[in-house]
Design a protein around this ligand. Structure first.
Ligand code: GCO
Ligand code: MN
Ligand code: MN
Length: 387
């Protein structure tokens, strides 16, 4: 029986806001009592997690005095040390306070934009103090209900100006942050700018310090839009931009569900875990999800353990898939098809002439069955534990 115990080297992290989620939704109030940040850290230590991530205000209330802030941070650091938990990522809440009702970096009121930068710099100070090296920016309120309010290209310019400014701040203070931009198509705004990970991958090269900026794709966010999350992750990985990842689960076309990792679509979760493991992604495996509203804090622990355990089970299934002789023979055959085709590679006059002169037997090539049904069934059997 393989061992599915989470270990520090697996780099499983949870947002402070995830295990502390109290189950409030637009239709009903909280169902769980408040969980103090230090108790959340104790819980994460207990379930075997490696890291905790936080928004500034998950830890420090927005109106805390500097001395209150320092005391809270000290006590939190003590709790992290006591429970063997690190802080790999920090972020900033630019969505909760009413001042952000029209967005933060893209808001029309210049005071809101300036305050958003000030708040983010302070959140970076906090993150750096806690040892975080990744800073996530999720523009939850950067969007619209009506596009009459501003030109969307103006929003892109404002966002660029803000990210450029924050890169300079990180350099100035020698924090060494890598920024991870997180896309979401909607919720809480009617539409959010930079709706997909791909949109951010197009935006990053236009920045002053593109090398400092990558993405933080989230399963639920591409899935809400009916997109293939793995394809977004793979594009980010291939571009060297997969700085962080938010794991959870979601049914397409629904509200933002934030289910336990693997709960809604284990098949998609399998291909994702297989990709991350095969590619050698070595960043945090961050669970940005929360327990069902039906649960008490014992249920929250079940939820947290379940996220990590499902990841490890899928990782073991991926290992099995890679070691399965029948599957590997099929893959080899599939990938090796057409070995006698003229090489493409880099453009050259000789290559061009060879390719232009080549005759292709379209009928014969198209007539060949590819065996993907068999391959997929074998994959499903690995996944379902039948092999
Ligand atoms: C959401 C987002 C957030 C962000 C978090 C970090 O849908 O609410 O996923 O949970 O990940 O705010 O910036
Ligand atoms: Mn989310
Ligand atoms: Mn997220």
């Amino acid at each position: 029986m393989p061992d599915y115990t989470p270990r520090l080297e697996h780099k499983f992290s949870f947002g402070l806001w995830t295990v502390s989620n109290r189950g409030r939704d637009p239709f009903g109030d909280v169902v769980r009592p408040a969980l103090a940040p230090n108790d959340a850290v104790a819980m994460l230590g207990d379930v075997g997690a490696w890291g905790v991530n936080l928004h500034d205000n998950d830890l420090v209330p927005i109106d805390a005095t500097p001395s209150e802030r320092d005391r809270i941070v000290r006590e939190f650091q003590r709790a992290c040390t006591a429970h063997g938990i690190v802080v790999p990522m920090a972020t900033v809440s630019l969505f909760y306070d009413p001042i952000f009702k029209d967005g933060a970096f893209t808001a029309n009121d210049a005071r809101v934009r300036a305050y958003a930068l000030q708040k983010t710099m302070r959140a970076m100070d906090l993150g750096a103090e806690l040892g975080a090296k990744i800073f996530v920016l999720w523009g939850g309120r950067e969007g619209t209900e009506t596009d009459a309010c501003r030109r969307p290209d103006e929003a892109v310019k404002r966002l660029r100006e803000a990210v450029d400014y924050l890169c300079e701040y990180s350099i100035d203070r020698a924090y060494g942050f890598r920024f991870a931009l997180e896309a979401k198509p909607n919720e809480p705004r009617g539409d959010i700018y930079m709706a997909t990970t791909g949109a951010y991958l197009g935006f990053i090269p236009t920045l002053a310090h593109p090398e400092m900026v990558g993405v933080n794709p989230e399963v639920a966010h591409e899935t809400m839009a009916g997109l293939n999350f793995l394809h977004a992750v793979a594009q980010a990985w291939e571009a060297g931009k997969l700085f962080h990842i938010d794991l959870n689960d979601q049914m397409p076309g629904r509200y933002d569900q934030d289910f336990r990792f693997g709960a809604a679509n284990p098949r998609a979760a399998f291909f994702l875990v297989k990709f991350l493991e095969d590619a050698g992604y070595d960043g945090p495996r961050h669970f940005d999800a929360h327990a069902y509203r039906t649960e008490d804090y014992e249920g929250v622990k079940d939820f947290a353990r379940g996220c990590m355990r499902s990841y490890l089970i899928l990782k073991e299934r991926a290992r099995q898939w890679n070691a399965d002789k029948e599957i590997q023979a099929l893959v080899k055959e599939i990938i090796g098809a057409g070995a006698d085709a003229p090489a493409i590679g880099k453009y050259s006059a000789q290559g061009r002439d060879t390719l232009l002169a080549r005759r292709f037997d379209r009928g014969a090539i198209a007539a060949r069955g590819l065996g993907y049904e068999r391959l997929d069934q074998l994959t499903m059997e690995v996944l379902m534990g039948a092999r």
